[in-house]
Design a protein around this ligand. Sequence first.
Ligand code: FES
Length: 98
Amino acid sequence: MKSKLHFLPEARTVEAETGTTILDAALEADIDIYHDCGGNGACSTCHIQVLEGMETLNDKTEDELDLLGDLENCNESSRLACQCQVNGDLIIEIPVSR
Ligand code: FES
């Protein structure tokens, strides 16, 4: 099943199969998200804010919580794009600064 992912601030919508990570869906559509550790959940540069659809995503692991906790601009919408598997429509904001 495909879901629609709407990325801000570019305002582009892409489709992604269930189970694809948000990072992979973005990169496949040439939407730039930093991913210094290559999507291994070890760097936090793929920080995004999930504005709608958070409830459709898998829960955060302890490791993701730890990495997010170190970010200055972390809030309740924050996730790591490489650790989120798509399972429904999403609105995602890519923070401007790292
Ligand atoms: S790319 Fe490094 S944590 Fe996601």
